[in-house]
Ligand binder design. Structure first.
Ligand code: 2IP
Ligand code: CA
Ligand code: CA
Length: 360
C-alpha cells in the first residue's frame, strides 16, 4: 500500500506538470476553456469552468494508477466527466492510451486538429516521472489496494488557474487569490467505511523558478490508518495563542461572517479554493476553515482531510467518502452537505459552534 502512495506522489507531480505546461503555452491554454452545463455544474459559480487540462489530468491519474493497481479499476472517481466537445460540436471521450502517439491523435481531435498542442500535452502525460520522497519510500502499510477507493480533483481552484494571477506564496501566511490557490488533490478512502486514509496535495504554482518565467511547485502527503499517522510535513509548534484565525470563502453568507466576527480575539480572513483553504489549515497558517454550505464535494475534501487526520486534526462531520446522497442529482450526490469545519486542534470546534449557534 505504501507503493500506492509513491505512485500517487509521482502521478500528482506529473499532473502538476501538465497544469504548468497548459498555462505556459498560451495557444494551448486558450483552447482549453469550456463551460460546464447541466447537472454537472457546480451551482456556486455563475460561470464555472471545465478545462481540457482538468479532464486530461484526471484521466492520466486514472490510467497510471489502474495500470499499476488493476484492483482499483472502477474505484477511482473524479470530479470531471471525460466527455469533451470540440469546436466542431463533436463529442470526444478523453482517455489516455497506452501509446503516446495514440493519445496525441485523440487529443488532436479534441483540439480541432491542432497537432502542436496535442503533442505537447501528450508528451507531458506520457512522461516517465518518478518523484523521490524518502519518508514515503521507507513507509510500511498493511492494507491492500483492493480495500480502497480514490477521489481526484484534477485541478481545484479552476477559476484561479484560468485567471492566472501571478502571485507567489509568502513564507508565512497565504495568498487570498492567484495561481498558488490551484491544487491537484488525490485522496484515498476505505471502501468499507468511507474513512479517508491517505492524501496527496500538489500545489503546481508555489514560487516562480529562477528564470522568473516558469513555476516551482510543492507537495504534501499524509497517511492516517490504524496506528500509522505520518505526514511529509511536521505539524507547526505554534506557541499557544488566544487568537483564532478563521479562513472563509469570500462568498460565505453575511450572517455567518457576522456571527464569527463576534469570536473573542478572532480574525476573519478570506482565500480562494476549497482545497487551498484546507491546505492553509494543514500548514497551520490559520486555525480553522469554516464553510456553512454544501458547496464543496468529496473530491475537494478527501485528500486534505486525510492529511489533517495524519496530523491529529480533522474535518468535522465528514467521515464517509463512499456513499452518495441518494436523493440528490449530479454533483450534489457527493456534496459535503452540512458544510465544513477543518482544524488541527479540535478545541476550535466548540468555539466556532458556539459563535454560530442560533445566528445562522
Ligand atoms: C471549487 C473551488 C472553489 C470553491 C468551491 C469548489 O472547486 O475550490 O474555489 O469555492 O467550493 O467546489 P471558494 O473558492 O468560494 O471556496 P473547482 O475549482 O474544482 O470547481
Ligand atoms: Ca474542486
Ligand atoms: Ca476541479
Amino acid at each position: 500500500m505504501a507503493e500506492l502512495l509513491r505512485s500517487l506522489l509521482s502521478v500528482a507531480e506529473k499532473a502538476a506538470n501538465v497544469a504548468r505546461v497548459c498555462r505556459q503555452e498560451a495557444s494551448l491554454f486558450e483552447l482549453l476553456v469550456q463551460e460546464k452545463t447541466g447537472a454537472d455544474k457546480n451551482k456556486k459559480f455563475v460561470q464555472d469552468f471545465k478545462t481540457l487540462a482538468d479532464v486530461v489530468i484526471q484521466e492520466m491519474i486514472r490510467h497510471d494508477v489502474c495500470a499499476k493497481f488493476p484492483e482499483l479499476t472502477g474505484f477511482i472517481h473524479g470530479e470531471e466527466s471525460n466527455k469533451f466537445e470540440n469546436g466542431l460540436g463533436e463529442s470526444v471521450t478523453v482517455t489516455v492510451c497506452a501509446r503516446e502517439q495514440d493519445t496525441t491523435a485523440l487529443l488532436a481531435k479534441v483540439l480541432d486538429g491542432d497537432q502542436t498542442a496535442a503533442s505537447l500535452l501528450s508528451k507531458a502525460i506520457h512522461q516517465d516521472l518518478q518523484l523521490r520522497d524518502e519518508t514515503a519510500e521507507s513507509l510500511q502499510l498493511s492494507i491492500s489496494p483492493a480495500d480502497v477507493g480514490i477521489w481526484i480533483d484534477p485541478i481545484d481552484g479552476t477559476s484561479q488557474y484560468i485567471e492566472g494571477k501571478e502571485e507567489e506564496e509568502p513564507d508565512e501566511g497565504f495568498c487570498p487569490s492567484g495561481l498558488p490557490c490551484a491544487l491537484v488533490l488525490i485522496g484515498v478512502y476505505l471502501r468499507a467505511t468511507g474513512q479517508p486514509i491517505m492524501g496527496v496535495i500538489n500545489q503546481p504554482f508555489n514560487r516562480k523558478d529562477s528564470t522568473g518565467k516558469g513555476w516551482k511547485g510543492q507537495h504534501i502527503w499524509g497517511v492516517s490508518y490504524g496506528d500509522v499517522n505520518v505526514c511529509s510535513f511536521t505539524r507547526p509548534s505554534n506557541p499557544p495563542s488566544e487568537c483564532l484565525s478563521v479562513l472563509l470563502s469570500s462568498s460565505e453568507r453575511p450572517a455567518v461572517k457576522n456571527a464569527l466576527a463576534t469570536l473573542p480575539n478572532g480574525s476573519l480572513m478570506y482565500a480562494a479554493g476549497a482545497g487551498y483553504k484546507l491546505l492553509c489549515v494543514v500548514r497551520g497558517r490559520v486555525d480553522v476553515y469554516v464553510l456553512s454550505e454544501g458547496s464543496t464535494f468529496k473530491w475537494d475534501s478527501c485528500a486534505p482531510h486525510a492529511v489533517l487526520r495524519a496530523l491529529g486534526g480533522g474535518v468535522s462531520d465528514l467521515s464517509q467518502y463512499h456513499q452518495p446522497h441518494t436523493h440528490r442529482q449530479g454533483v450534489d450526490r457527493w456534496a459535503n452537505q452540512g458544510g465544513i469545519i477543518a482544524y488541527l486542534d479540535s478545541s476550535v470546534i466548540e468555539k466556532v459552534v458556539e459563535a454560530l449557534a442560533g445566528k445562522i
